[in-house]
Design a protein. Structure first.
Length: 314
């Protein structure tokens, strides 16, 4: 995923959420609807989340230093994890509290046209934002399903925006349902029920985001397709005869660390081994451009290993 495409989706979501947040708070002030208050806080939290994603993307571009020799690419994972925490606490938990409060002390909705009009406006605005996120994700998703894309994407911004926008749309529909039932029945409890449903939805989305981002923070290996390309690129049958063992790890969404012990011929000179390593690094970077940090250790293959066997015929 390019930084440009991710930024476009984030900015689209930010503009939509800021406009919707203002409208929801105005509607809450006139109507007293707890669903509108919960949705207003939700949109405000989402706006802050998009700000965090933009900040993380900017900080991740800093050059490597002596203290951080592999750079700051994982800043994007850290800020995405913060987004999950904000969505859980400020969005989900607040909505659950507000829903409980409204059910305990229900009161009718006043000036019904404010919340209904704002919710319809919100659904339209969020639909455009969600559509932008889908278009940006389709450009990099390939043939993966949506669940696979969210679970295995190494760049966290688009999965975060997709789930946020989906949660926002479903939350707006739930809020509209709660407000509608409260107006039809004259019972403000339904407004509280809708608010609790919004809270449960946001907590569930936050947990999914936290789990997936935590995995990226811990350090994930390269995907199966890129792993196959790296194996094929390393072994040329001449200078590098096989891979004894190899480890990969994402240092950031677009930066990959490759460390491998490679088998060389026992009668090769030091100069030829050095040339073979240089050539292998060039082949790997050509096959997988994200493999920017490569460490290769030459050795003799004394006994077959599973990884060495896997490279035969690669």
């Amino acid at each position: 995923m390019s930084a440009h495409s991710g930024t476009k989706a984030i900015l689209a979501a930010l503009c939509a959420n800021l406009a919707i947040a203002v409208a929801k708070f105005v509607a809450w002030a006139f109507s007293g609807s707890s669903s509108m208050l919960a949705e207003g806080v939700h949109s405000l939290a989402d706006s802050g989340n998009q700000g965090l994603l933009l900040l993380g993307g900017k900080k991740a571009k800093r050059a490597a230093t002596e203290e951080h020799p592999f750079g700051y690419g994982r800043e994007r994972y850290i800020y995405s994890f913060l987004v999950a925490i904000v969505l859980f606490s400020l969005g989900g938990v607040f909505a659950l509290y507000e829903g409980y409060h409204k059910i305990s002390d229900p009161h009718p909705i006043e000036h019904w046209y404010w919340p209904v009009g704002v919710l319809v406006f919100g659904i339209i605005a969020e639909t455009f934002s969600f559509r932008t996120a889908i278009q940006e994700a389709n450009a990099v998703r390939g043939d993966r399903s949506w669940s696979e894309f969210v679970r295995h994407a190494k760049a966290p911004e688009l999965p975060v925006i997709l789930l946020e926008d989906l949660g926002a749309l479903v939350g707006l529909v739930l809020a509209l349902g709660g407000v509608g039932l409260a107006l039809l029945t004259g019972d403000g409890v339904w407004d509280g029920v809708g608010t609790i449903c919004i809270g449960v939805l946001l907590v569930a989305i936050a947990i999914v985001l936290a789990v997936e981002t935590k995995s990226l923070l811990l350090g994930e290996a390269v995907g199966p397709e890129d792993l196959r390309k790296i194996r094929s690129a390393l072994v040329d049958g001449e200078g590098v005869t096989s891979i004894i063992h190899m480890r990969t790890q994402h240092l950031g969404p677009e930066e990959l660390l490759v460390a491998a012990k490679i088998a060389v011929r026992h009668d090769d000179t030091a100069a030829r081994i050095a040339e073979a390593i240089d050539a292998a690094e060039e082949r790997v970077r050509a096959a997988v451009p994200a493999a920017r940090v490569i460490y290769l250790e030459p050795d003799l293959l004394r006994s077959p290993t599973p990884e060495a066997d896997a490279t035969v015929g690669a």
